[in-house]
Design a binder for this molecule. Sequence first.
Ligand SMILES: NC(=O)c1ccc[n+]([C@@H]2O[C@H](COP(=O)([O-])OP(=O)(O)OC[C@H]3O[C@@H](n4cnc5c(N)ncnc54)[C@H](OP(=O)(O)O)[C@@H]3O)[C@@H](O)[C@H]2O)c1
Length: 248
Amino acid sequence: MSESTIVLITGANSGVGYATAKTIVSHPNYHVILACRDASKGQEACSQLQTTNTQGTLSVIQLDVEDDASISKAVNTVSEQFGRVDVFISNAGTTSPGSTGRDKIGKIFSTNVFGAMLVSEAFVPLLLQSRRPCLIQISSGLGSLALAYDLQSAHSVAPWDEYRMSKAALNMMTIQMHKRLKDQNIRVFAFCPGLVRSMLRGSSEEAVSAQGHAGDPMESGKAIMEIIVGRRDGDVGKFLHKGGCYPW
Ligand SMILES: NC(=O)c1ccc[n+]([C@@H]2O[C@H](COP(=O)([O-])OP(=O)(O)OC[C@H]3O[C@@H](n4cnc5c(N)ncnc54)[C@H](OP(=O)(O)O)[C@@H]3O)[C@@H](O)[C@H]2O)c1
């Protein structure tokens, strides 16, 4: 097990996180820790993954990125079980469908910004125990200030103001982490998984499929695998998507 690359994914029971776990665990010599706020959903995802073509190994931990006690407990558990994390994928996120006003912006920032920052910082000491550490923040093209301002860009059209603001803040955090951690050899990236099917926008088929526009999250998983194996190392510290880089 200690020879395997240890990958931890937050929000791994659904959508992009689940597809990424499925992609990674289809390769040998990877151990994927499914970090899920609802441990029973994590176990269910793990059981489902074990029915697929798994060559790597899997485990589940409870991790709510909005709960400091849960974060500390998860860090201690991973430290005791593995002693390090090689790849940390900060994926948990929300658009808080159904909420409005202060509740909506509070929930979105609590998860996508405060949660992502505090959980990522908490796992840095375990990343520093890795020979080849990598930290991937799952962002969105909707968080790009440059694309939002470019009226020719498809990314300038969608509303989603609170979500956009949260991903713009996440991008700033990624830049800051990259500058601080690059000399300690942590490869830090922001990555947009593209518009793909998931529960992010709600649970109706219309929301899951983004009115029929959403692609397959397995494509996002494959692109994340490219980052993990080093094929995007020329883009360390940048805002990646499957086919290139976005402007911040
Ligand atoms: N799908 C897209 O088109 C798209 C596009 C661009 C970016 N993204 C980004 O991709 C990431 C994954 O989203 P998704 O599309 O896969 O949506 P999803 O299917 O809704 O998955 C989100 C995951 O995050 C988890 N989560 C939410 N709050 C959490 C918390 N406080 N602590 C721990 N886990 C929490 C959810 O857990 P529960 O199941 O318990 O709710 C779920 O596992 C997000 O950061 C999203 O912004 C997605």
